[in-house]
Design a protein around this ligand. Structure first.
Ligand code: ADP
Ligand code: MG
Length: 137
């Protein structure tokens, strides 16, 4: 079994899509191993997205991610990391494949409804970022 970190981002929360997104995760075979509502501070958002620090979209991304509450989830499934990236769709919601979470619930390349870890190393780091001491059993 593998674990991945998902974030339901502030745009999707404010539009009332939390339940629908969680339901789609369950229907796709993921189980919820951890869940919490979070209000990211600027420091937390900057640290979470540190790899993008020098990109032109960084400051607006931080403003977006601190604009309202998010929901962080640890999702569990065989091949969870790759399978959740596929369920989520590509970064720009306008270009995401039909039926993906971003195509259905996102808006553009910033407000794209969900985050999903992109590698085992990052999944481990990102899970620890939101869920200190969680047992991955
Ligand atoms: P992903 O979330 O698909 O892994 P990235 O890691 O490249 O994408 O980017 C992190 C987040 O930054 C994206 O989910 C999106 O919210 C935002 N972002 C990425 N590229 C852009 C862009 N060109 N313009 C505005 N926001 C962007
Ligand atoms: Mg990424």
């Amino acid at each position: 079994m593998e674990y991945t970190l998902c974030i339901i981002k502030p745009d999707a929360i404010s539009k009332g899509f939390t339940g629908k997104i969680i339901d789609e995760c369950l229907k796709a075979g993921f189980t919820i191993h951890g869940i919490r509502k979070v209000g990211l501070t600027r420091d937390q958002a900057r640290s979470f997205y540190k790899v993008h620090e020098h990109k032109p979209f960084f400051e607006p991304l931080i403003a977006f991610m601190t604009s309202g509450p998010s929901v962080a989830l640890v999702l569990k499934k065989e091949n969870a990391i790759e399978d959740f990236r596929a369920l989520m769709g590509e970064t720009d919601a306008r270009k995401a494949q039909k039926g993906t979470l971003r195509q259905k619930y996102g808006e553009d390349n910033r407000k794209n409804a969900v985050h999903g870890s992109d590698s085992p190393e990052n999944a481990k780091k990102e899970i620890a970022f939101f869920f200190a001491n969680i047992d991955l059993i």
